[in-house]
Design a protein around this ligand. Sequence first.
Ligand code: KG4
Ligand code: ZN
Length: 344
Amino acid sequence: MKEQQERLTLALETSCDETSAAVIRGGREILSNVISSQILLHRKYGGVVPEIASRKHIEHVLPVVDEALKEAGATLQDIDVLGVTYGPGLVGALLVGVATAKALSFAMDKPLVGVHHLEGHIFANFLAHADLEPPFMALVVSGGHTSLIHVRSYSELILLGQTRDDAAGEAFDKVARVMGLPYPGGPHIDELARKGRADAIAFPRALSGNQQLEFSFSGLKSAVLNYLNSVKQKGESYVPADVAASFQQAVVDILGEKTLLAMQTLKLDKLVLAGGVAANSGLRQHLQNLCQQHGWELLYPPPVLCTDNAAMIACRAHYQYACGGPLADLHLNAVPSLPLGTVE
Ligand code: KG4
Ligand code: ZN
């Protein structure tokens, strides 16, 4: 086996609607990160259709692996470690990646590591920031999750709290859908919110003002739907940009409040953002202000590493392997609701 800095990791990501394969060197250098997105296909249904996602992953997975190897100037023989997302996600979609990775591992006799999708999102930051080292706080905000995680070391990820119901991204997508915006709605709300007044409508901030590191977004989503319905019933019109800005502000305020509480409780001075919603400009601005006030460092990945991609999975796989994490064998299965790290 090569030295750790020279080690090549090939990883696959198929947990939702992106088929992705990537090759990285030494844990932090991206040689290729090929992403085949199905977003346009699912857009006409207003969200991801699991059965269609699985079928498309089957069609795309091998060409995407070939492309990733070609772009990296590597062959399968050059690869030292394989990584694959095995949860959480859509079971049929995950299974395509898992079966492919197991077949490659068996055929090439290479070690295989099963990766937690959200841990991958956090590790995207190691690819984006060469000097980043644990410990730090991670706020993971994606279409399926909203979690605060204390990254104590490369192998200790402690789940401090998460959402009780909808994820932040899910709320963005549902609100966008009722406003007639395309899927995925997050970026469209973000765009619209720039032109609106964040204080135009008083939407609720659930679980605000208590000491719990938990989130809840389903009430906020219903409040927006109720607002839109009541305006329509009265035959009045509404200002879409104001709804977008007021909704986004409610999400951002509560994410900021709980992140502040977690950072202060654990006395950390580095905050790392991860997941698709980490691309939100309002959230970034709010957390930037918060971090500046407290003298903390705020880090987030570039947009391509915020949304689903295999490079982040390769990074997590590299460190799991380097830390002597358990290797997967041919029994590795997809786990749609795989829990994250340790809960203390
Ligand atoms: O991490 P991700 O690619 O997939 C999951 O693992 O869920 O996140 C996708 C989510 C979607 O809900 C999408 O609407 C949201 O991230 N998103 C955004 C923005 N860009 C993507 N939400 C708010 N503002 C954005 N700029
Ligand atoms: Zn994701």
